[in-house]
Design a protein around this ligand. Sequence first.
Ligand code: ATP
Length: 299
Amino acid sequence: MIEVVGLGKRYGRTTAVRDLSFTVRPGRVTGFLGPNGAGKSTTMRMILGLDRPSSGHALIDGTPYRELRHPLRKVGALLDARWVHPNRSARDHLRWLARTNRLPPGRVDEVLDQVGLTAVARKRAGGFSLGMAQRLGIASALLGDPEVLLFDEPVNGLDPEGIAWIRGLMRGLARQGRTVFVSSHLLSEMSQTADELIVIGQGKLISQSTVSEFVAAATEHTVRVRSPQVERLQKALVHKGATVEQDGATLVVGGLSSAEIGELAAAHGVVLHELNPQRGSLEEAYMRLTAGAVEFGTS
Ligand SMILES: Nc1ncnc2c1ncn2[C@@H]1O[C@H](COP(=O)(O)OP(=O)(O)OP(=O)(O)O)[C@@H](O)[C@H]1O
């Protein structure tokens, strides 16, 4: 489990992260979503003890990263896939990591196999494609068989096959009961991979919910209602605090769900000919949400 409590980070006059609190639980993939510059990498670096928070703290199973006795056995992370000596082979890189962290050498071949790099294990990592480098970075993260995994934008620059592979891997790791925390700036990507979503904008928490809750809340905007008794319905809706636009026998209603409108109509004996929730696209909803955070952040 990862717990972030009141976390903040300032770089000079820039506030990258402000008063951020959330929990990442085991057994599921938690997506960490926000536009470029929202503070995702900074937050992950603070969780991993690579950046010192200006306020608050981050704990991994109750302990700050820097105080973990065997960090690689507890936490695996992929931050920058290009972090590897270009002249070393994939295998030598992993062997060196295993040796310096007192991990069993037998894990090296296991993780190479797990990420599909066995055939190129003796090739120099400097010649690897982005997809291969990404797999090697993931092999490094998995080396200590950790319970907690952090991936920063793992699908950036990958082809569809690589993306599908990473998605399957993350879901498999979560099914094994591990804590999987993965960042992305693409909602479409996260909505296909994650069970839960933590959304930030301008370094602040916007929401933490399941993906389906987020999608339902973010996309149901207005409801189109058609009725032969439109005047009566409009009165009842306005009385309930809804916003209503009328176009002949059709109303476009904001502020109430289709279920609430249906029930209200029934309670007033109003006949409905149409009750149609208008869903915006997920990306539109996400942009609206994070744009709000930008305004909030600068005001
Ligand atoms: N070392 C640093 N010095 C100064 N400012 C920094 C530093 N690291 C990050 N920032 C600033 O902090 C803010 C958050 O950056 P961060 O990289 O954490 O965002 P992000 O959500 O990971 O974005 P991206 O999706 O682009 O990677 C940005 O305004 C960035 O310019």
